[in-house]
Design a protein around this ligand. Sequence first.
Ligand code: FE
Length: 213
Amino acid sequence: MSDHHDHDHDDWPYPHPKQPDLEDGPLTHHMAMAEAVAELLIDKGIFTADDMRRTLEVIDSKSPAEGARMIARAWVDPEFKARMLEDVNVAAEELGIDAGTIPIRAVENTKDIHNVIVCTLCSCYPRYLIGLPPDWYKSRAYRSRVVKEPRAVLAEFGTEIADDVQVRVHDSTAELRYMVLPMRPEGTEGLGEEALAELVTRDSMIGTTQIKS
Ligand code: FE
């Protein structure tokens, strides 16, 4: 056979690596638990399968754009910023954004303080406002290292924090999720709210990057 392909897989005739299906591995304890609890709640009529699907659809529809819209408003409107720092979920409603019922707290970056968020236990994240977390946010490496050596972790994201700037790490939980209110970059005085929102990235709201103009 002259067919050349540069990796070989037993009984796998296609020229790309085999990706295992989700069902190929055993369920973890928590996966089995989640399935069992969902099944029970549906069986007992607490909610329907359709309710659950709809809720998942709402969560999946969230994106960093909604958080970015809030940040841009906070940059141009100090009173809105104060309300956002007081209560993100309530302030979100002013912009017609449903940030869900789990409290989200915004932590503000200043020239003296840089904030970064993590969930050391699992993957708590303000999903209802800024969408699903990136895979690395859920990795053991990020979760364990960012609390111990935040500056080193930030440097790996290309984010150098000056020595005279304090780095604060905030550990999210099931009851309280954090988001970073990044600093408005210099040279953006002439920009309108929409253009400002476009500068705001997902990672800047996690705190692993700063916004550059
Ligand atoms: Fe968590």
